[in-house]
Design a protein around this ligand. Structure first.
Ligand code: ATP
Length: 433
């Protein structure tokens, strides 16, 4: 008899099948919410697609409807009208309690139960799902490891025995307990000091690389949104989408004065923080080994129209720079030249560094050029200030071109930027992995 497969009927089934890999898409279709008989809708006719496996940030002023929007996804709030689908299934067709067991939810100040240990807090949903004791214990320890807390030290503690950052980590572990395809995070780091906040943001990005959940993240903080969001929805009163786009696109091409004001000035500086060295065209210095003859290096520099040569060791690690001027009257093996302090390479950056870190390295090392290295410190290229300048103008130019193309295709800025991630903007401008 042929095997029959039927589409999953609930999020529970989908999660149990384990076929969603990371996340599932969420669609909000003409969703509105009115509280009581007030005339103004808290959410007014919102339509948006949240692509599977991405972090989508809802960013907007206080009271614009971010929390209401998020809570309608897990049915803590019921829409007045419209439809929400999660993994292509209608949220209304599922029992709210069951739905919520498969949607992780993290709020400010973690919301842990104070009278329960860390382990019991994390174990809540697995217990409701009827997992056996051993499986729960294993899962609790695995999750504590995942969020960077040693299980032996932390599983027996009570929330009051944790710092704010640790509580928040436990909150994230609890939300991930049943491996839900969707995580809702409502200002989860809002109450933390800036340093803890930044380290938890880094942790979230690291986790997301591993887990690829669909994450809806609410914040007021523009820098947090730019750092975490694969896409950002900038909202005005009534959760009206003013722009829905990648951080790069929002910075390079704000859709309106409202967005520009909201994101604030210094958009080029913000782009420096978003762009990674590995994603830009690096300078080509001529590579040379210590035993190569100066005349030959000079010839290759002329041929390549390169002002710099980099001397590498036998593992291709950068040792020092030589400029054309340095080599002008020299002869013999390049490694035998007397080299000044200023030529020695002490500072290197990795491809994962941001352009902002590259600029800092250039300034701190007081060098015109800084090498970029890959694994085992192997030389892969070099960055100068003009590399950085060029990269930023290219991002801006690319975003302008994409916008012109869209406008020429007759699409309005808002409707296009609110389209699903399959649009060209994401393919060309949005890959931040
Ligand atoms: N239970 C409620 N009853 C009546 N009105 C409400 C209720 N909850 C929220 N509202 C109103 O709905 C609007 C949107 O509120 P919501 O909490 O979704 O905004 P928000 O963008 O998350 O705000 P904040 O950033 O301050 O948390 C606000 O005007 C708020 O006063």
């Amino acid at each position: 008899m042929p095997e029959t497969t039927s589409a999953p009927q609930s999020l529970a089934q989908l999660a149990a099948d384990g076929e969603n890999g990371g996340g599932v898409p969420i669609e909000l279709i003409e969703v509105s919410k009115r509280y009581g008989s007030t005339s103004d809708a808290a959410v007014d006719d919102l339509t948006m697609t949240i692509p599977a496996g991405q972090i989508v940030v809802l960013l907007g002023p206080s009271g614009c409807g971010k929390t209401t929007t998020m809570r309608m996804i897990n049915r803590l709030i019921e829409p007045t009208s419209g439809r929400i689908t999660i993994g292509e299934m209608d949220a209304r067709a599922q029992k709210p309690d069951e739905l919520r067991r498969h949607i992780g939810y993290v709020i400010q100040q973690a919301g842990l139960f104070p009278h329960m240990t860390v382990a019991s807090n994390i174990a809540q949903v697995p217990q409701m799902l009827g997992w056996d004791g051993q499986r729960i214990t294993r899962r609790v320890d695995e999750l504590l490891e995942l969020v960077g807390l040693a299980p032996s030290e932390f599983r027996g503690r009570y929330p009051r025995q944790l710092s704010g950052g640790q509580q928040q980590r436990v909150g994230v572990a609890r939300a991930l307990a049943a491996d839900p395809p969707v995580l809702l995070m409502d200002e989860p780091f809002g109450a933390l000091d800036p340093i803890t906040r930044e380290s938890l943001q880094d942790e979230l990005l690291r986790l997301q690389e591993e887990l690829s959940k669909t994450i809806v993240f609410v914040t007021h903080d523009v820098d947090e949104a730019l750092k975490l969001g694969d896409r950002i929805a900038i909202l005005d009163t009534g959760s009206k989408i003013v722009q829905y786009a990648t951080p790069e696109e929002i910075l390079a091409n704000p859709a309106s004065d409202y967005v520009e004001q909201f994101v604030g000035g210094e958009s080029s500086m913000k782009l420096l923080k978003l762009t990674r060295v590995r994603d830009v065209a690096l300078e080509n210095a001529v590579r040379t080994a210590a035993d190569e003859d100066v005349a030959e290096v000079r010839r290759r520099m002329e041929e390549a129209e390169c002002d710099w040569a980099v001397v590498l060791d036998d593992q291709e690690r950068p040792l020092r720079w030589e400029s054309r001027a340095d080599l002008e009257d020299a002869s013999g093996p390049i490694g035998d030249l007397p080299s000044g302090e200023e030529d020695r390479i002490d500072t290197v950056i990795s491809g994962r560094s941001t352009l902002q870190e590259a600029v800092e390295a250039l300034i701190n090392a007081d060098q015109e050029v800084v090498p970029v290295v890959g694994r085992r410190r192997r030389y892969v290229g070099a960055v100068t200030l003009s590399t950085v300048q060029q990269a930023i103008s290219e991002v801006k130019e690319r975003e302008r071109r994409l916008r012109r193309e869209r406008l020429a295709a007759g699409e309005s800025a808002v409707s296009v930027t609110a389209a699903p991630a399959a649009s060209g903007a994401t393919a060309e401008g949005g890959d931040r992995s």
